[in-house]
Design a protein around this ligand. Structure first.
Ligand code: BG6
Length: 522
């Protein structure tokens, strides 16, 4: 098998340009392709990251002509190319690069077909042969499944049955799927089993788009490329860790999906646990993809299982009521189109977790995520233990703030360190101060949707930023007891919080009980 790099470093050092390949996109007319995937492919083309032996093949049933297809995608790219998930101004205002776009249109073909029908895969096989002849793709292919997750198993089975996942010494075949990987532990296991029956783990790239964010990748750089943080990164020095993913968006037009999903399934076993595992993992032996993924998985496997007592003490679920978010009136979740008037779906969840290992024993990890909150912010805050008070006993205790290292994931990407300093004057009085690092002050980010690195990494065969089957299952295993208890136990009530607030009161109480408080969101 060619081009399977031994490590991320090796892969990146070997070549700046991805190897020859065809990118086959299932679901070209969907939102994901238009908003994120195609703008990312365009950005890769612009940055000369794609091989000159590249081909793009779209598969769907839209019966569009090639011109219509190009027009649709071109319009999407112009609109979304600088848009990191719809929220950032990174790269905004860059002129449209006709050369990069023409590079793609000259290499694009459409295959019309129903993805449940074997005939479609025969056509894809023929088109891959054509791409190999016309564009010298070498027979390598990435299949990107930008379709409903219910089709993942069907498409992968059909690809395998048509021989399209077979690898040889001359060519490789890979498939990218994006969350949700199941909607509970059982369905995630079933999907993994179904997929791994017909393809190898090394061919499956399970994408969590949080890992495409530079600041998420930076967690490892911060921890393992600096010598000042790691010696403090343990229970001897850290009092607690707070992970916040607060959003201002509400359910929008996704009620059909969200009613069945809720904040826990939508955000916790995937995005929030990516942040948790990168924060809590042990240093890997190398940056070999499997070395990294093994350590991340071990961190999740170390989470202490929830029991019934925890459900009342250590988990809070909430739903937003009417309120004002960023000066806009927002109606209650239950009044949104497509939402049941008595819906019990949570739009907010907070929990206290513990990791049972040498490094973290006794350190609570507090997680919270919610929609329609006061401000959009995602951060990891490492809260250090208080200094011994004796020396400063004449200083008001509340002004002796603990040191906090806050990694700001988005927006306003950066990191800050909070510590105490002496206030000027004859008395010894302390005040809290902050040292700030902002990405934009040091680095000029290339326009990015966050998908560029992930698509490129798949092309070079680097799985570091993709989820392995055991890691997906470890995430679901940790939340499954809560999902089960919520289903059967009415002693864990749904709380309400006003849209535009920082979440339900129960979440504050959860921390107060141990003499702690959340970091303010606004
Ligand atoms: C998605 C969730 O996976 O991630 C959405 O389904 C959520 O509900 C989104 O809004 C958050 O991603 P980002 O990149 O906008 O922070």
């Amino acid at each position: 098998m060619n081009d399977q790099p031994a490590s991320a470093t090796a892969a990146r050092a070997r070549s700046h340009t991805a190897p020859p390949c065809a990118l086959v996109i299932f679901g070209t007319s969907g939102d994901l392709t238009r908003r994120l995937l195609m703008p990312a492919v365009y950005n890769l083309s612009k940055a000369a990251r794609l091989s000159s032996n590249f081909a793009l093949i779209g598969v769907d049933r839209s019966k569009r002509t090639m011109q219509q297809f190009h027009d649709d995608l071109g319009e999407g790219i112009r609109k979304f190319v600088s848009d990191t998930g719809g929220n950032s101004e990174a790269g905004g205002g860059e002129p449209f690069d006709e050369k990069a776009w023409n590079f793609l249109t000259q290499r694009t073909n459409l295959v019309d077909g129903d993805v449940t029908q074997p005939l479609t895969y025969k056509r894809i096989a023929e088109d891959l042969e054509r791409a190999k002849r016309e564009h010298q793709t070498g027979g390598n292919a990435v299949f990107y499944l930008a379709v409903a997750s219910s089709l993942f198993g069907t498409i992968i089975e059909n690809l395998a049955a048509a021989g399209l996942m077979e690898e040889t010494d001359d060519h490789w075949r890979r498939v990218i799927i994006e969350k949700p990987f199941g909607n509970d532990l059982a369905s995630a296991k079933a999907l993994n089993a179904r997929v791994l029956k017909v393809v190898k783990e090394s061919q499956v790239f399970r994408m969590d788009h949080f890992l495409g964010k530079e600041t998420v990748q930076n967690i490892m750089a911060l921890r393992f490329a600096n010598s000042i943080f790691e010696p403090l990164w343990n229970r001897d020095h850290i009092d607690n860790v707070q992970i916040t993913v607060a959003e201002t968006v509400g359910v929008e037009r996704r009620a059909a999906f969200y009613e069945q999903t809720g904040a826990m399934r939508d955000m916790v076993p995937n995005h929030v646990f990516q942040l948790l595992s990168l924060t809590a993992m042990e240093p890997p032996n190398s940056f070999d993809p499997d070395a990294v993924r093994t350590e991340k998985t071990k961190a999740l496997q170390g989470l202490v299982p929830f029991d019934e007592g925890d459900l009342q003490r250590n988990v809070v679920r909430g739903q937003y009521t009417a309120g004002v978010v960023r000066d806009q009136n927002v109606s209650a979740y239950r009044d949104s189109d497509g939402v049941a008037p008595n819906s019990k779906t949570e739009t907010y969840v907070a929990m206290r977790l513990a990791i049972d290992n040498w490094r973290w024993a006794g350190v609570p990890f507090y997680l919270r995520t919610g929609k329609s909150m006061t401000r959009r912010t995602s951060e990891i805050a490492i809260q250090f233990k208080h200094a011994p008070f004796a020396l400063f006993r004449d200083t008001a205790v509340d002004s002796l703030s603990a040191n906090v290292l806050a990694l700001q994931i988005q927006p306003d990407e950066g990191a800050s360190l909070q510590f105490s300093a002496k206030k000027p004057g004859p008395e010894i009085q302390l005040g809290g101060v902050r040292m700030d690092f902002r990405y934009r002050d040091y680095f000029r980010a290339a326009p990015s949707t966050g998908y560029e690195t992930l698509v490129y990494d798949c092309m070079i065969g680097d799985q570091t930023l993709f989820q392995r089957a055991d890691s997906v299952e470890a995430g679901w295993s940790a939340v499954q007891p809560i999902l089960d208890l919520w289903k059967n136990d009415h002693r864990a009530p749904l709380e309400f919080y006003a849209a535009g607030s920082a979440g339900p009161e129960g979440a504050d109480e959860m921390l107060w009980r141990s003499g702690r408080a959340w970091r303010p969101i606004d």
